[in-house]
Design a protein around this ligand. Structure first.
Ligand code: MRU
Length: 339
């Protein structure tokens, strides 16, 4: 698969995820405002991937800022970090870039090199982190299992390999026979458009369902485990992820099916004690009143369109990170990651 995001000749190239799976198009970004727009418009999405985009956008901003770069920096940070509120990786990557800026801001040439290097490092590290998440998490899956996933927490949502799909990829690489059941993930269809597409590329068996079918499949014994990604995890283990994840977690709990969250440590927001503090993005009403640009409700219809929900920690069996697999008590386990 072509990289989801790439730094090339002082430009940022992204695969346009809005066009998948029908078309593989790439968008070239020469200015940080273009990167910000692409994050906001979902050209790139998925918590770790927008972390990389955040870093590359900030590096691009400094590269093109001219002599006034010190004054421009706050603007660049504000523009990039005001794109999407929920995935903490966006802010985490900006913090890393801020540190490099503070260290080298007095030498403009060196600063440019260091900012680009940091952004490219964040990108490379992410692939390695995902492989470690995969290696840690695959042990939880057994050959012959059917694994439900929600949204896309795959290669397309990261710098490569994926978190939840990384766990599945690693299990398959171990020779285990896994069938993935992909929730379509209304309203934005990340499951149908992206998860199915990328698993098909790797020849991993996948069946697509609409979101309202999960309970039925579980009741018939057709789902053995659930693995999802996360956009922000609180200190107590509460995990924000794509809207609909919470419903899947409740269904899994009722049917006594293990519910796993796979995410890098950078998705843990150590500054918040519970999921209540997570800001949930509200998106355009047209995502609900339309389906694939086709109107399905009258345009004046009022809607709710929260893009994420929070799964309470007590519904989560383990949180799979690159450092280790965390078991309840998550509060203690998460605190131990800081040591
Ligand atoms: O709105 P999106 O597509 O950015 O939402 C993505 C998700 O909810 C993913 O599950 C999450 O970011 C984890 S990606 C490894």
């Amino acid at each position: 698969m072509h990289p989801v995001i790439e730094w090339k000749n002082d430009k940022v190239i992204m695969i346009d995820q809005r066009a998948l799976p029908l078309e593989e198009k790439f968008i070239e970004h020469s200015h940080y405002t273009e990167v910000a727009k692409s994050i906001k418009d979902m050209v790139i999405r998925g918590a770790p991937a927008i972390g990389v985009a955040s870093a590359m956008g900030i590096a691009l901003g400094i590269l093109n800022a001219g002599e006034n770069y010190e004054n421009e920096f706050d603007n660049i940070i504000e523009t990039i970090t005001s794109t999407r509120p929920t995935a903490v990786n966006l802010f985490w990557a900006a913090e890393r870039m801020k540190k490099v800026f503070a260290e080298h801001k007095h030498d403009s040439q060196l600063l440019k090199e260091k900012m680009v290097r940091e952004a490219v490092t964040i990108d490379r590290e992410d692939v390695e982190i995902n492989k470690r998440i995969g290696a840690n998490g695959q042990a939880l899956l057994k050959s012959g299992q059917r694994v439900l996933t929600h949204c896309n927490a795959g290669a397309l949502a990261t710098a490569g390999y994926g978190t939840a799909l990384g766990v599945i990829r690693a299990a398959v690489a171990e020779g285990k026979k896994i069938e993935v059941v992909a929730d379509e993930t209304r309203p934005y269809l990340q499951g149908a458009r992206l998860t199915v597409w990328e698993l098909q590329q790797d020849n991993i068996p996948v069946k697509l369902i609409t979101d309202n079918m999960a309970g039925h499949l579980m009741s018939k014994g057709l789902i053995d485990a659930v693995v999802v990604g996360a956009d922000r995890i609180a200190n107590n283990g509460d995990a924000a992820n794509k809207i609909g994840t919470y419903s899947v977690a409740i269904l899994a709990d009722y049917h006594k099916i293990p519910f796993y969250v796979a995410a890098p440590v950078s998705t843990i927001d150590f500054s918040i004690s519970s999921g209540e503090e997570i800001s949930i993005e509200e998106r355009d009403k047209e995502e609900v009143t339309n389906f694939m640009n086709q109107r399905t409700a009258r345009p004046e219809t009022e809607v709710y369109n929260p893009a994420f929900d929070v799964t309470p920690h007590r519904l989560i069996k383990t949180i799979i990170t690159e450092k280790k697999v965390l078991y309840p008590d998550f509060k203690k386990e998460i605190a131990s990651l800081k040591e």
